[in-house]
Design a protein around this ligand. Structure first.
Ligand code: SF4
Ligand code: SF4
Length: 155
């Protein structure tokens, strides 16, 4: 069935097991940013403010296993809620595969190097501040960064 293809090309998203599903994440951190929805257009606008559990330097969640207990609205992608992909950046591995665009060269599964998502300029490593550092959550509006979700990493 796989014609020698790697599993992320041979399987549909809903056919992947839990380990494959987790490994699909490229570690970009884009989904850990505070976002706003434009009421007029419905567009999702990210900010350079990250979730309180996100480690900006390491570019990963500091409590991934128990994150829902601390951040109930963390979007937990599963094969059963693909519709949540509408909130994900175009570069997101899950969204790319769902839309038939395949994984990019910088994806760690393709490159074999977890650094390439960073060196290719796709990740937000070292570019964000914590929501905990804001006096008022609404201050995140001052950090809007629509460029983060546009064409970043869509090659
Ligand atoms: S946007 Fe997608 S690929 Fe990037 S960290 Fe989030 S789930 Fe992983
Ligand atoms: S809880 Fe973890 S995975 Fe969820 S948005 Fe926050 S840092 Fe990201």
């Amino acid at each position: 069935m796989d014609d020698g293809k790697p599993w992320w090309e041979a399987k549909r998203l809903e056919e992947m097991d839990a380990s494959e599903w987790e490994r699909l994440c490229d570690g970009c951190g884009l989904c850990c940013l505070v976002r706003f929805e434009d009421e007029d257009t419905g567009d999702v606008i990210p900010t350079r403010v990250h979730c309180k559990l996100f480690d900006s330097g390491a570019c990963r969640c500091t409590n991934y296993e128990n994150r829902k207990a601390h951040v109930p609205d963390c979007i937990q992608l599963t094969p059963g809620n693909i519709e949540a992909l509408a909130w994900m950046p175009k570069s997101c591995a899950y969204r790319r595969l769902h839309e038939g665009r395949g994984l990019a060269w910088w994806h760690p599964l393709v490159s074999g190097d977890p650094e390439t998502v960073h060196t290719a300029g796709v990740s937000v490593r070292g570019q964000t501040v914590s929501e905990d550092s804001l006096e008022d959550p609404e201050d995140a509006l001052d950090f809007e960064a629509p460029d983060l979700l546009d064409e970043r990493g869509t090659d």
